[in-house]
Design a protein around this ligand. Sequence first.
Ligand code: NIG
Ligand code: FE
Length: 424
Amino acid sequence: MKADLIIKNIDNLITLKGPNRPRVKEEMKEINIINNGIVAIKEDKIIYVGEGELPNNIETDESTVFIDGRGKTVTPGLIDPHTHLVHGGSRENELAMKLNGYGYLDILAAGGGIHSTVKATKEASFEELYEKAKKSLDIMLGFGVTTVEAKSGYGLDDFETEIKQMEVAKKLNEDHPVDIVSTFMGAHAIPSTYKENPRGFIDLIIEKMIPYVKEKNLAKYIDVFCEKGVFSVEESREILKAGQKYGLLAKVHADEIEPLGGAELAAEVGCISAEHLVAASDKGIKKMGEEGVVAVLLPATSFNLQTGKFAKARKMIEEGVAVALSTDYNPGSSPTENMQLVMSFASLIMKLTPEEVITAATINAAAALKLEEEIGSIEIGKKADIVIFDAPNLNYIIYHFGINHTDKVVKNGKLVYKKSNKII
Ligand code: NIG
Ligand code: FE
């Protein structure tokens, strides 16, 4: 077999080799480091992973591309499983409010927050949304991210805008090297037009929007903001179950601010993941572990909201919950595309070890999207999505925080990003 691309002499090749399922407890530490590692790629797939030189059955010729991994740490492409990638406008105006002590839910209840992004997203054209999201996607790729989940939810009852967001994500998935998977999140807030009649909005989602999203294949997942003053546990259950009836995989924004019982709900209805979980109860965490719901933790959001409250990641790992990480990139509560910063926060604030962090940002993040068979580890047969970090070891990437350590990114077997330190 002829290889198209070889990465060799890799000082630290971190393969994450292991079962294609969410990794829990001690498994989160078993990241499989190969010194003097080598990876061979044909087309978009990995065909060999090992130490030293290639075996005899793998050939190279003048068209084979070689990348030198000396002094480098190589990992699977990072996966960002929770973002609000496609949206109009930005919300830096909320900074002063936050500094003056207004909470996220206060701003939302006063008609700001998500509602102001709904307005900006409605006003933006398809092209404007596409260009803005593309710019973010380029930044994400630069940070080593090769798969991104993108949620709708800035159209709400304006279904045209919801569809526009998902169409932009679809087009970007076709055009951009990064893979984008879509989530329908019409249930992101109660629109002002339905303030007095939230039931009417829930009916609209269940009866009109979900069937349409499925028919047009606009999303693979469904998500609900289950939160005090937004959607109750009962309403969230109804919406998630309606989505599941149409074959959408359920995810839920759970217990972000108030301990409503979102974690318990996720376990009860069989969500693939529950996200945020800052206020999740011990009982809810236990149930998530029992039912195999992946916890997607978003420390950049906690940081930005300035509450000082972070999800209990250590408790979750003890209870056998598979922990994943994500940026939650959005214009309000987490305006950052930087997955490496999230990894540093996960360790420095939530006390995950570097091994747990890289597991959470690769194979467990893949599992939060039910993509663990295809991506999330460097193993034969998996997609050739690989990051080459200009770092001597994993600890260095996490400890030397706030900067970009990416040297190169290989996506679907192609070299798609190369660091340039040129000063002009
Ligand atoms: O995950 N909490 C709800 N949704 C987003 C924020 C969206 C926004 O504020 O625009 C989140 O944090
Ligand atoms: Fe979110």
